[in-house]
Design a binder for this molecule. Structure first.
Ligand code: SF4
Ligand code: SF4
Length: 745
């Protein structure tokens, strides 16, 4: 008995010492990050919401269970370990008293049954994990495996340790049954089976086995505890914390404003010498960012959904997070050194790690390669999938901000777009005068607001740069305006007073240009004082609804599909002309996944007679990007397969007559892919891509005389004198030689 106690307590002291030291070190590395007071404040403000989140995400394993087989295996293991905490108490109790029973529970047979049930559940879970890992072994499946790039050796070791935890548990309980000290008379069915196997060895041997396996159980549990603190399984402790401090509802929708030292950066007062512009070093991330990195489970769910990874680009959201984490840990001693003298004394490998640029190519030993950083489309698939709520897009954008604002290093072809935004207010550089051309030829007058809209104007139609200036998107704009006119909706547009929302600049990392454009628009919008803004571009929609409030612009914003679906529902628009086509709808990421608008476009299609809607395999919150988001629209796609080609091939798999969408970016990207497929004979000449508004307009009865479209006072009826010019290039040509030379890319 004394031996049991001594060995058990020594093991415990050593394990807690090692684990505690490591956790303290990790905590200090985390504290080396920037403050994030907004995260603490959010938790304080919404304690109820946080309890609910913990219950759903952590205890309920909500996201994990969206992947039914691995999710169930994980839930069994997680819940099993919670229940099996009781058996650890019992094992410690048995160190001191062989007949120990937990006070308050005593010898209740039901508890013995539950413990064994979950022990078997954990075994089933790890067997399932083992089968999944064998079937998706990266050595065989290569990049297609979600475990490609993960530490698979450590994962197998953990499975072995979990198996040993359960095996030693059942063995000591089986031996206890045979020596007559087991707390539960019956119900512990698995332990009874093991006891039955051990019974022939006799009481004496079982007594030795009892002590041996109790100590073995504690040794394995304690060894596991120490190993956790050095491995990705640290997520067992960190996941609840990370979920607690994550953005709600998730890390999608708005990008976070630039913060330095915990405060939102004011560009007019910011000092490049003392303020932090984005993330240029690992310690520029906030403690929450560092917590994200430490929490990654390396499950690869994000990687499996990433369009960049799926099309052969070097970006994997998982590996990006892992690379940042590995760098943070390797640089840890440098971050924690108290003085330059201490830093000088550090081993060379630590100093070399500290000297690595955060973003840089292989020649400069950068932690994140520029090709990784700039491949992201901000589609949000990674954030949506991540079971521990890691905010990949925020981190990518923060690193882009530093590259753009401090290093002037970004893909060279995007320079033209940024210059056009600054000088002309639109990515194509076409200028405000041409923002009214889309109205030409309409048989009604579109009111252009030149001041307050007044109460009788229900909607301000936010046309967007593409909707006003890009020929394919102009068709959507005209269809929307015609439908609103037909429905008798009182609306107005801003015309030349509208300028880019700044979304492409912000997603590129140029927060300065975004801020400039957003403030200009907010002034215009505040003057117009719209009741509701209806945006046709999901990127405008997202910026206006979710990002402008950060700058004081608070408006009710809806997407045109939401308004049109409502008008159809209200009977103000009646689709009557059949469109007898098989139509495949593509979910725009910034409408669907980011803003959860999935139903209205589908409802519109369903109301058009003759339409046979069909879904692609990857749809709704698992939709696959068109490749244009994250300012990728303005960058060349030089590596791997084109994302729009991958998407259109999936659409072609449904054999559609038409592909529909609800975003001008998607219209352009998928339109380009369709054109390429037609040219190669892989798509029928008749295949086209339309916005659902165009589809609805084809089916709705011709406009009845409606008295709605009166000019808003003071009105500026726009009748452009010039005919619409030929189509502009959807993506800008490489910049002229006089463009400021950004490096990298
Ligand atoms: S946002 Fe999309 S493209 Fe970017 S890393 Fe995540 S999944 Fe990949
Ligand atoms: S970032 Fe999230 S989804 Fe991706 S591997 Fe890590 S835990 Fe899994």
């Amino acid at each position: 008995m004394v031996l049991r106690i001594v060995v058990g307590l020594v093991l415990t002291a050593v394990a807690f010492g090692l684990a505690g030291r490591r956790l303290w070190w990790l905590y200090r590395v985390g504290r080396a990050g920037q403050p994030a007071p907004e995260r603490i404040a959010a938790v304080r403000e919404h304690p109820g919401r946080d309890v609910e989140t913990q219950a759903a995400e952590v205890i309920g394993q909500r996201k994990l269970l969206q992947w039914s087989v691995p999710g169930t295996a994980h839930a069994l293991t997680f819940w099993g370990f919670i229940v099996l905490l009781l058996t650890i108490i019992e094992a410690y109790g048995a160190l001191f008293s062989r007949t120990f029973a937990i006070p308050g529970i005593g010898h209740w047979a039901f508890i013995g049954f539950i413990e064994d049930l979950f022990a078997v559940g954990v075994l089933a879970g790890i067997i399932t994990f083992a089968v999944i890992r064998l079937r998706t072994d990266p050595k065989r499946a290569g990049r297609a495996s979600r475990f490609f790039g993960s530490h698979t050796g450590a994962a197998w070791l953990v499975l072995l340790m979990i198996f040993l935890v359960i095996a030693t548990l059942l063995l000591y309980r089986g031996a206890q049954i045979n020596t007559g000290v087991f707390p539960y008379a019956h119900g512990a069915f698995a332990s009874e089976i093991v006891g039955h196997w051990l019974a022939p060895l006799g009481t004496g041997v079982n007594s030795v086995l009892e002590t041996t396996f109790i100590l073995a159980q504690l040794a394995v549990v304690l060894g596991f505890l120490v190993f956790l603190t050095y491995s990705k399984h640290l997520h067992i402790f960190l996941a609840p914390l990370n979920v607690l401090f994550s953005r709600r509802p998730n890390g999608l929708r708005a990008l976070q404003p630039m913060r330095s030292g915990g405060k939102v950066l004011d560009f007019e007062e910011a000092d490049p010498d003392t303020d932090i512009f984005g993330r240029g070093k690992i310690e520029d991330f906030t403690w929450k960012g560092l917590l994200d990195m430490a929490t990654c489970t390396e499950c690869g769910r994000c990687q499996s959904q990433c369009p960049a990874w799926a099309t052969g680009k070097p970006l994997s959201p998982k590996q990006l997070v892992m690379d940042l984490r590995d760098h943070a840990l390797a640089k840890g001693p440098y971050l924690l050194a108290a003085s330059d003298e201490e830093r000088e004394k550090l081993p060379d490998h630590v100093k070399q790690e500290a000297a690595r640029p955060l973003v840089g190519d292989s020649a400069s030993h950068g932690v994140i390669d520029p090709d990784v950083l700039w491949a992201c489309t901000n589609c949000g698939a990674c954030v949506e999938e991540c079971p521990v709520d890691i905010e990949h897009i925020d981190h990518i954008s923060d690193m882009r901000r530093y590259q753009v604002l401090i290093e002037s290093s970004f893909p060279v072809e995007a320079a033209t777009m940024l210059k056009n935004l600054e000088n002309k207010g639109d990515p194509w550089g076409m200028g405000e005068a041409r923002r009214a051309e889309w109205m030409e030829g309409l048989d009604f007058e579109v009111p252009v607001a030149g001041g307050p809209l007044g109460d009788d104007v229900e909607y301000l139609f936010w046309v967007g740069c593409a909707g006003a200036l890009e020929d394919r998107a102009r068709k959507t704009t005209r269809a929307i305006a015609t439908l609103l006119h037909t429905a008798g909706v009182k609306f107005a547009v801003l015309g030349p007073a509208e300028t880019c929302t700044g979304d492409p600049a912000r997603r590129m990392g140029n927060e300065f240009v975004f801020s400039m454009l957003a403030q200009q628009n907010i002034e215009t919008l505040n003057e117009a004082a719209p009741r509701t803004v209806v945006a046709s571009c999901p990127h405008c929609f997202n910026a206006l609804a979710n990002e402008y409030p950060q700058l004081g612009g608070n408006y009710e914003v809806i997407h045109h599909t939401q308004l049109l679906a409502r008008l159809v529902e209200q009977g103000k628009l009646t689709p009557v002309t059949p469109v007898a086509e098989k139509i495949t709808y593509h979910d725009p990421c910034f409408l669907g996944r980011h803003n959860k608008v999935f139903s209205p476009p589908r409802e519109i299609m369903e109301r058009v007679p003759g339409v046979q809607p069909q879904e692609m395999h990857r749809c709704k919150d698992r939709g696959f990007c068109c490749g244009a988001g994250g300012a990728r629209m303005w960058m060349e796609e030089r590596i791997g397969k084109r994302i729009n080609t991958e998407r259109i091939e999936e659409a072609l798999g449904t054999n559609p007559d038409t592909v529909s969408t609800a975003c001008p970016y998607c219209l352009v990207m998928l339109g380009d892919a369709i054109a390429a497929k037609k040219a190669s004979g892989e798509a029928p000449e008749s295949l086209e891509i339309v916005d659902v508004a165009q589809l609805l307009a084809r089916s709705v009865q011709p406009a009845q005389p409606v008295q709605s479209a009166q000019p808003v006072q003071p009105a500026q009826p726009v009748r452009p004198a010039q005919p619409v010019r030929p189509a502009q290039p959807a993506r800008p040509a490489p910049p002229p030689p006089d463009t400021p030379p950004p490096a990298g890319g």
